[in-house]
Design a protein around this ligand. Structure first.
Ligand SMILES: Nc1ncnc2c1ncn2[C@@H]1O[C@H](COP(=O)(O)OP(=O)(O)OP(=O)(O)O)[C@@H](O)[C@H]1O
Ligand SMILES: [Mg+2]
Length: 386
């Protein structure tokens, strides 16, 4: 059932509109001024808003501007009285979907509302489409190692189980984390990434849990932490092995209780977050060295996914090279370059200490420096150590 919010200070008008629209099968909510309307608007997602222009407290234009800021996807139809036609036209320029005049012509109003709903559905569809297009990149590889990872992702993603992804630099740990999110039921929610290695120890708690204004010298504004931002979605704790012990203790508590407290705050806030963590460190060794908490290790690593190094899955190199040749061609707006068999063999034998990231860089370098077809000579000149 489609939902409509009617905002008008005249009770009689609200009542009439409500009766008509309810009869037409809409679910109607009423507000008697812009302020009340905005409160309802910010707590519920309506399909359409019908809004009067002249009202006490907050008028229709102010409501329109604020509502569009909060959610630009919900169409607002203005109701214009005799004296406010010009304002209504102005409102349309400011982003209102359309306006109807008072007293409303029934047919025209219903058509306008239907059009507004269609626009709403369209923009929702566009967004879903965009999301699909910008989706995580394809995971290339037919080696046993990659097949096993894809299989694990399929099985694990729909559950809320925590996953710890391990592997050397550049093997594709982040890609695995993004696929887990994409294939989960949380994929309409956000995936929020925290690079634990990049944030100074004293700031990581505020980064993860947020802070209240004034809780420390540089906390001039309240800040919402990554745990809260990720609510309804996935929190990706990258380089988790680099997190300070004091942050580890707090993360552990957040995972155990599903609640967090902002730095300098006293309120406990419930968060609905699935955590996926990644590290290139040997966490059990870090535990031995007292750099990482064993209890946190067990909490994070309910499911372990180890991404094999590229040297362990050389069979995948031709597929990856082919993919990167295509991608880079598109990026530079040129035709896809080809690669000679001998050159490919040399790449397949190379020692890839930087894994897939290094391979991509190398292919990019070869595309820039070689002719239409990449030759063994190019590989010898530009890739292999002399
Ligand atoms: N199977 C794959 N198919 C295609 N591209 C891949 C694959 N795995 C990784 N990549 C690409 O390789 C690059 C490195 O991957 P990613 O950032 O996921 O690695 P990482 O393990 O998180 O690296 P680091 O340890 O440096 O953080 C990215 O550009 C990613 O898109
Ligand atoms: Mg990474």
């Amino acid at each position: 059932m489609s939902t409509i919010l009617i905002i008008d200070d005249e009770k009689a008008i609200r009542k009439t509109l409500n009766e008509i629209l309810t009869f037409e099968g809409y679910k109607v909510t009423e507000a008697s001024d812009g302020e009340e309307g905005l409160k309802l608007f910010s707590s519920t997602t309506f399909d359409v808003v019908l809004c009067d222009i002249k009202m006490p407290k907050m008028d229709g234009i102010e409501f329109l501007v604020k509502a569009t800021e909060l959610n630009p996807d919900v169409p607002v139809v203005m109701i214009s009285g005799h004296g406010t036609i010009e304002t209504a036209v102005d409102a349309v320029k400011k982003g209102a979907f359309d306006y109807i005049s008072k007293p409303p012509d029934l047919n025209r109003m219903l058509i306008t509302l239907r059009n507004a709903m269609d626009k709403n559905t369209l923009s929702k569809e566009t967004r879903t489409l965009k999301r699909k297009v910008s989706r995580v990149q394809e995971m290339i590889g037919e080696s046993e190692g990659i097949a096993r990872i894809k299989d694990t992702i399929e099985k694990v993603a729909p559950t809320d189980a925590r996953v710890l992804v391990t592997g050397e630099n550049g093997v594709g740990k982040e890609m695995v984390a993004r696929w887990i999110h994409e294939k989960s039921n949380r994929n309409t929610g956000p995936i929020i990434e925290v690079n634990c290695a990049a944030i100074p120890g004293e700031l990581i708690e505020s980064e993860l849990f947020g802070h209240e204004k004034g809780s420390f010298t540089s906390a001039i504004k309240q800040r919402i932490g990554k745990f809260e931002q990720a609510s309804g979605g996935t929190l990706f704790l990258d380089e988790v092995g680099d997190m300070s012990l004091s942050a580890q203790a707090k993360v552990l508590r957040a995972l155990q209780e599903g609640k967090i407290t902002r730095v300098g705050g006293d309120k406990e806030i419930s968060v609905d977050v699935r955590v996926v963590a990644a590290t290139n460190k040997d966490l059990l060794k870090e535990v031995e060295d007292k750099n990482f908490r064993l209890d946190l290790y067990h909490r994070l690593g309910v499911i372990l996914i180890h991404v094999p190094s590229l040297n362990e899955r050389r069979d995948d190199i031709p597929l990856l090279v082919d993919k990167f040749l295509g991608d880079i061609g598109v990026e530079y707006g040129q035709a896809k370059k080809t690669i000679d068999k001998k050159a490919m063999d040399a790449l397949q034998r190379h020692n890839w200490s930087g894994n897939i990231r290094e391979l991509r860089n190398v292919v990019e370098r070869l595309v820039i420096l070689s002719g239409k077809s990449i030759q063994l000579e190019d590989v010898n000149n530009y890739v292999l150590p002399r």
